[in-house]
Ligand binder design. Structure first.
Ligand SMILES: N[C@@H](CCC(=O)N[C@@H](CS)C(=O)NCC(=O)O)C(=O)O
Length: 217
């Protein structure tokens, strides 16, 4: 089918999850760095609908949207399956992955940038969203069971990105007492070599979130 290229931005959790999927499958890829706020004609031509990273090129074909890409990667390269085989388990993994993107990442960012009374409300709302993920990991080593799966990659922003948002927003969301299982998973996840090697430096993320918070306040 041809070689794989990732059009991505190194600070993006969406792009990192695509790299994790490819690494777990042992697929070689070329990384084409894109500035998400100074988009190249190359990116725009391959993701004209959303104009966002990540996009992967597999030979001459483009696939966009990180969760769709992880699904695609799992379909094409069969080793180390990521998506559950059972139809119901598969639907749950996809449901919670989308929930994590729609409610948890957004909720954490809203809490990070909020000030005053609005901040307390945003923190409570973000914690409520995280409590759903706590239930999904309770009693398990990984969201995928005994091995890393689709949902682990989707929720994989928590250990590093949430930590950086907590620092910049001067708040605690992933409380070890309130979320013991998610907290433990989070501690272990970033220690896995294949995960660790694709992570951006924490100080760059902190600088990025600091600048982003300043820009919106
Ligand atoms: N739902 C998308 C989100 C991707 C996304 O938000 N990418 C950001 C970088 S982290 C981007 O390209 N932003 C540029 C923009 O919003 O125009 C996915 O999962 O791939």
């Amino acid at each position: 089918m041809g070689e794989v290229k990732v059009i991505g931005s190194t600070l993006s959790p969406y792009c990192t999850r695509v790299e994790w999927a490819l690494k777990l499958k042992g697929v070689e890829y070329e990384y084409i760095h894109e500035e998400p706020f100074n988009k190249s004609p190359f990116l725009l031509s391959h993701n004209p609908a959303y104009k966002k990273v990540p996009v992967i090129l597999h030979g001459h074909r483009a696939v966009a949207e990180s969760l769709v890409i992880v699904d695609y990667v799992d379909d094409v390269w069969k080793e180390n399956p990521l998506v559950p085989q059972d139809p119901y388990e598969k639907s749950l993994a996809r449901f919670w992955a989308k929930f994590s993107d729609d409610k948890c990442i957004r909720g954490a960012w809203n809490a990070c940038k909020a000030e005053g009374e609005a901040k307390e409300k945003a923190i409570e709302s973000a914690k409520e969203s995280l409590s759903f993920l706590e239930k999904q990991i309770e009693g398990k080593q990984f969201f995928g069971g005994e091995k890393i799966g689709f949902l682990d990659l989707a929720v994989g922003w928590i250990p590093l990105w949430l930590g950086a948002m907590e620092q910049v927003g001067e708040m605690k969301l992933l409380d070890a007492e309130k979320f013991p299982s998610l907290h433990e998973w989070s501690q272990n996840f970033n220690q896995i070599p294949v995960i660790k090697e694709a992570l951006p430096p924490r100080e760059k993320l902190v600088a990025y979130f600091t600048a982003s918070v300043r820009a919106v306040r």
